[in-house]
Design a protein around this ligand. Structure first.
Ligand code: C2O
Length: 538
């Protein structure tokens, strides 16, 4: 049931070739290669372990005993004082461990630094390995939490200890949970004005929007709906692009949740007084803040929630053997180096943890069109006429969805008409999960800076388009500096599922749609885009 590969069909002489190709495409670090890396423009960091991990013996991962206690991860705003005291105690001990102890908080934070700034090379190539912006994102971070949680538990002698999750997709969890505001869970490098009772802005763009709590919550819920439901109807849209080992395997295309709220909340939490909004606002430093683990607890939980939602439609599991066999190394609670594969972390029950059930209020937060679709269509028809009349003008910037060899700079709003390859899709195609996907391709962020731009479909008045609370909002692109390892700076693609949105806008049978890209941060001046096209993904 799990693997769709039929090895039996491969003839013996091809088998070797295949096995080699397989080994090359599997992602893993070369542990001898740890080196200084760039944290953000102008800052070098050295996050490597004091002694190279390649000199340590390792063991292969073993599942915990199925009869060991199930660790129940609870919402951070719902736990009691006893739990908080216990967690704080564990973190204090972890912080007090010396740096040469891999269980210490700084070593664990540096693990994130190593794998986000590309301090290791890939096993079979010179390409730096990093774990963001692709389908490595969810499973790699799951591994981090798994070991972090078990280390904390062992430090206080509690084998049922579970991490909390910051339930920021639920209105009651939309502030920094109290437990993080005092004691050992504090990090002083957080944005002061975002401490409680400030409501989180899941769509943060470095500007304080000054919205009241109710309005902010409404926007947060609508964004969650787009990122978890309408925009995430295929595995790639949610998980990110299929990154493989080696030069040919490279891709950069983060999934919906990674872009927002994951990236946006990193930046919202870190302080604007630091150049890289450290700690949370830069990946090299994020793991120093204990809230990082609660933030990722929720990201990890949403992976489970999404799977469950998808289960009703089709099989959302990744069955690619190269992804399943990709492996990494972590120290366990006994300081033993462990090799662990993605296939080891796809089932959380086998890992002996679970998430407390909480409500999913955003399931009912499907956004509505800002203008009734019939009226919008009339207005867009006029725009179409203008557009056709201008067709002769050779240099009109809005006429093509391929921006040519130079691309277009996102220093101002870009509005283009994009043709849909398939106009009338049969009901069967629509029902059987053939998702219509808008691809904003060839996104180049010249300085690896904080960038956010939003994408709208058939917007009649962009000045009214405030955000995700309107159905015309198709998604957002959010770039957090990874560290500027020049070889790592590649163009990204942003893929947005728009089938449901087009239905709601009554545009699913149209030949073309209008797409608007709105820059939301100053650094969008440094962004060049190659074009926009429509694809179909099953
Ligand atoms: Cu590795 Cu929240 O990032």
């Amino acid at each position: 049931m799990i693997l769709g590969i039929s090895v039996g069909e491969i003839s013996p002489q091809h088998h070797d070739v295949d096995a080699k190709k397989h080994a090359k495409n599997v992602i893993s670090p070369n542990l001898t290669t740890c080196h200084e890396s760039v944290a953000r423009p102008g800052l070098s960091v050295y996050c490597c372990p004091p002694k190279p991990e390649s000199e340590e013996p390792f063991i292969d991962f073993q599942f915990p005993d199925p009869s060991s206690p199930l660790r129940l991860r609870r919402a951070a705003h719902l736990v009691d004082n006893d739990y908080i005291a216990k967690y704080r105690n564990a973190v204090s001990i972890m912080k007090s461990l010396p740096y040469d102890d891999p269980r210490s908080l700084l070593r664990q934070a540096n693990l994130h630094c190593i794998y986000c700034t590309g301090a290791y090379k890939q096993k079979n190539s010179d390409i730096p390995l990093h774990v963001h912006r692709s389908w490595l994102f969810f499973p790699w971070h799951r591994m981090v939490l798994y070991f972090h949680e078990r280390i904390l538990g062992s430090l206080i002698g509690d084998d049922s200890f579970a991490l909390p999750f910051w339930n920021w997709d639920n209105p009651d969890g939309m502030v920094i949970p109290e437990m993080y505001v005092t004691g050992s869970l504090v990090d002083t490098d957080r944005e002061n004005s975002h401490l409680p009772p400030q409501v989180v802005d899941l769509n943060y763009n470095l500007q304080e929007k000054g919205l009241g709590p109710e309005e902010q919550i409404k926007i947060n819920m609508a964004l969650m709906y787009t990122q978890m439901v309408s925009g995430a109807k295929t595995t790639e849209l949610f998980m990110g692009c299929p990154y493989k080992g080696g030069e040919g395997g490279f891709c950069e295309g983060p999934g919906t949740i990674e872009l927002a709220p994951h990236n946006t909340l990193h930046d919202w939490t870190g302080t604007g007084l630091n150049p890289g909004r450290e700690d949370m606002g830069s990946f090299y430093s994020a793991g120093r803040d204990p809230i990082f683990y609660g933030h990722h607890g929720n990201v990890d939980r949403l992976w489970e929630v999404w799977r469950r939602l998808q289960g009703e439609y089709y099989n959302s599991e990744i069955t690619d053997p190269e992804w399943l066999d990709s492996y990494f190394f972590f120290h366990d609670e006994k300081r033993q180096l462990v090799r662990i594969k993605f296939q080891d972390v796809v089932n959380i029950t086998r890992l002996r943890y679970a998430y407390e059930e909480v409500e999913l209020p955003w399931l009912n937060a499907r956004p509505r069109p800002s203008v009734p679709p019939k009226i919008a269509r009339e207005i867009l028809k006029m725009r179409d006429l203008d557009h056709e009349n201008n067709q002769e003008l050779p240099s009109s910037p809005f006429l093509s969805a391929d921006f040519g060899p130079q691309g277009r700079t996102l220093d101002t709003t870009i509005r283009v008409k994009v043709h849909k390859p398939k106009k009338h899709r049969s009901k069967k195609q629509r029902d059987f999960k053939e998702e219509e996907v808008m691809v904003v391709y060839g996104i180049e962020v010249k300085e690896d800076s904080y960038v956010k731009f939003d994408v709208y479909v058939n917007a009649v008045d962009e000045t009214l388009m405030v955000g995700p609370e309107f159905r015309e909002f198709a998604g957002t692109f959010v770039n957090i500096p990874l560290g500027v390892w020049p070889v790592m700076r590649r163009k990204s693609n942003l893929k947005l599922g728009i089938s449901e949105l087009l239905q709601d806008l009554e545009a699913d049978e149209d030949e073309s749609i209008w797409v608007t890209l709105i820059p939301r941060t100053e650094d969008c001046m440094n962004v060049i885009i190659d074009g926009i096209r429509i694809e179909y993904i099953e």
